[in-house]
Design a protein around this ligand. Structure first.
Ligand SMILES: Nc1ncnc2c1ncn2[C@@H]1O[C@H](COP(=O)(O)OP(=O)(O)OP(=O)(O)O)[C@@H](O)[C@H]1O
Length: 290
């Protein structure tokens, strides 16, 4: 292990993953510093989830190495998993447990003493505004409540590095603020948060370090101010980096909007011919009814 691998919370070298013909991650290099609030941003299909899955030991890379907290994820998975917390995309929870039971179970799996698990679970439920739902079954939780209990489970063992895939998706502004407060407090203590998001304003307001990903490659990484450069916002810098200036759909969607009359099918219909099986309507050039 080199000294660089010791200081970085996450170090990725030449990481590749393909699904059939589709290359999802194309030989990326990442060095994410410890103690930072790090945002992994990129458009749909950029490869963020695939990257986070490989970095957290959930998906085996085709090639490359990943070190987290100084340990090789794929050579030494138990060491790494003891040091990280993960809130993955499409999180599956034990639905028939209550929120408190889920945390108690997770804590015991992590090897924490029962009394400590109870103390931490109660505090997390309280801070995340879930105390009133502590005995409710997880199956009856809302989307935002599921994110919060997933976050509590990921934090329970006080991991060195926390990975969150779209943690604010489906979360209302009040809950988002709560989650934010918990994460800020956590990073202030020296821990590292790595989270993926499409929401640039959020990344800009939360993160001090960002990695921009597009088409399976890292386009930029570094302190937020460096990546933003001369752009007025991270959003603008991001659009410049990924080369997406917004497509002009004016020519192809000329039927959209400016509704005057409904487009009706006036072709003759034989007896018993239902609307579903009728001949498709003929359109004039504008797609509107003449
Ligand atoms: N299990 C899979 N099987 C086949 N293709 C996959 C699979 N997982 C991801 N991909 C493909 O890999 C590419 C990267 O997907 P990924 O989910 O990592 O992107 P993402 O940046 O997380 O996107 P989003 O922000 O939309 O969630 C996409 O083209 C996707 O279709």
């Amino acid at each position: 292990m080199t000294s660089a691998e010791e200081t970085a919370a996450v170090r990725v070298h030449d990481l590749w993953k393909s699904f059939g013909q589709q290359t999802a991650v194309a030989g990326i290099e990442l060095a994410l510093p410890a103690g930072r609030f790090i945002g992994l941003v990129g458009p749909n299909g950029a490869g963020k989830t695939t990257t986070l899955s490989m970095v957290t030991g959930l998906l085996r890379p085709d090639r490359g190495t990943v070190y987290v907290a100084g340990h090789d994820v794929w050579a030494d998975p138990a060491e790494v998993k003891a040091r990280i917390g993960v809130l993955p995309e499409g999180l599956r929870l034990f639905e028939r447990l209550s929120g408190h039971e889920l945390l108690a179970y997770t804590g015991r799996l992590r090897g924490l003493p029962g009394a400590e698990v109870d103390k931490r679970a109660d505090q997390l439920l309280d801070v995340l505004d879930l105390a009133g739902a502590r005995n409710k079954l997880v199956v009856d939780y809302s989307t935002g409540m599921r994110k919060k209990i997933g976050l509590a489970a990921a934090l329970l063992h006080n991991p060195e590095v926390l990975f969150l895939d779209e943690p604010f998706e489906g979360v209302d502004p009040v809950s988002a603020q709560t989650i934010r407060g918990v994460l800020e407090r956590y990073t202030r203590s020296g821990a590292t948060v790595v989270f993926s998001s499409h929401v640039m304003e959020l990344v800009e307001s939360l993160c001090d370090w960002v990695a921009v990903m597009a088409a399976g490659r890292i386009r930029a990484q570094g302190p937020l101010t460096e990546v933003r450069g001369d752009a007025t916002s991270l959003q603008e810098a991001f659009l410049n980096l990924v080369g997406a200036s917004g497509k002009d759909s004016g020519g192809t969607l000329d039927w959209l909007g400016n509704v005057q009359a409904p487009l009706l099918d006036e072709s003759p219909r034989g007896p018993g011919q239902s609307p579903e099986t009728a001949t498709p309507p003929r359109r004039n050039d504008t797609g509107r009814h003449p």
